[in-house]
Design a protein around this ligand. Structure first.
Ligand code: MD3
Ligand code: FE
Length: 212
């Protein structure tokens, strides 16, 4: 917990169960980016195809015991990278520690993520409104870390018809989604052109999940 209201992390309640930890990962950001490069050297970023046959504009990879995959057969978590047949790269200690500290800061003192999905956005890339419901443990939160270019994140409610709110997620911002917000619809608007000193024209998002 921070002792002073004018130093990070600043907590911001988005909706019941969802907390923004503004710039929580700011100091670790460069190390996190190096870690992403290392993971991607073992399990390259790829544009997955949805069961409906659409190639996603966001490129993805994973680390941890499980990784998220999508193809013509559907969405699922796998223990191996289907591209290589090898296990997903281990979840590096600095990533796991950050996720656990963020969860703790938001009130989840015992978060044990087994998957980290890494999304890479270039200008124009977007993620349409969806729910994250491929994880069995719905009591565990999802911890999301944004790096590089800012993006407009949108989230609604429990149904696709719910009104959506928008929030700008910037370099180092962490969001913990749990409780009533865990199954809310959410997405990311098309990334705007821009330049970030640490990533160039790229945004990364890490999501830590407990899948089983
Ligand atoms: C709200 N990624 O990978 S993470 C995803 O910025 C995903 O790349 C986004 O949505 C991104 O599935 C946003 C924020 C997030 C993650 C899980 C949620 C928001 C959520 C679960 C419930 C409600
Ligand atoms: Fe999601």
């Amino acid at each position: 917990m921070s002792l002073f209201a004018d130093e990070p992390p600043w907590h911001f309640d988005l909706t019941p169960g969802a907390v923004v930890l503004h710039r929580f990962a700011r100091r670790e950001a460069l190390a996190l980016l190096e870690t992403i490069t290392s993971v991607a050297s073992q399990a390259p970023f790829r544009h997955l195809v949805t069961p409906g046959g659409q190639t996603m504009s966001v490129a993805m990879t994973n680390c941890g015991k499980k990784g998220w995959h999508s193809d013509g057969h559907g969405y699922r978590y796998t223990s191996q990278d289907p591209l290589s047949g090898k296990p997903w790269p281990d979840m590096p200690g600095n990533l796991l520690l950050l996720a656990r500290l963020a969860a703790q800061e938001a009130g989840y003192s015992d978060f044990h993520p087994d998957a980290c999905l890494i999304n890479r956005y270039v200008p124009g890339a977007r993620l349409s409104l969806h729910q994250d419901k491929d994880e069995q443990d719905r009591a565990a939160p999802i911890v999301s870390v944004s790096l590089g270019l800012p993006a407009v994140f949108q989230f609604g409610g429990a149904t696709r018809q719910s009104a959506v709110q928008r929030v700008l997620l910037e370099h180092g911002d962490v969001v913990v989604w749990g409780g009533p917000s865990r199954l809310f619809y959410h997405g990311v608007l098309a990334l705007k052109e821009g330049f970030h000193p640490d990533t160039g024209a790229i945004r990364y998002n890490l999501t830590f999940r407990k899948t089983c």
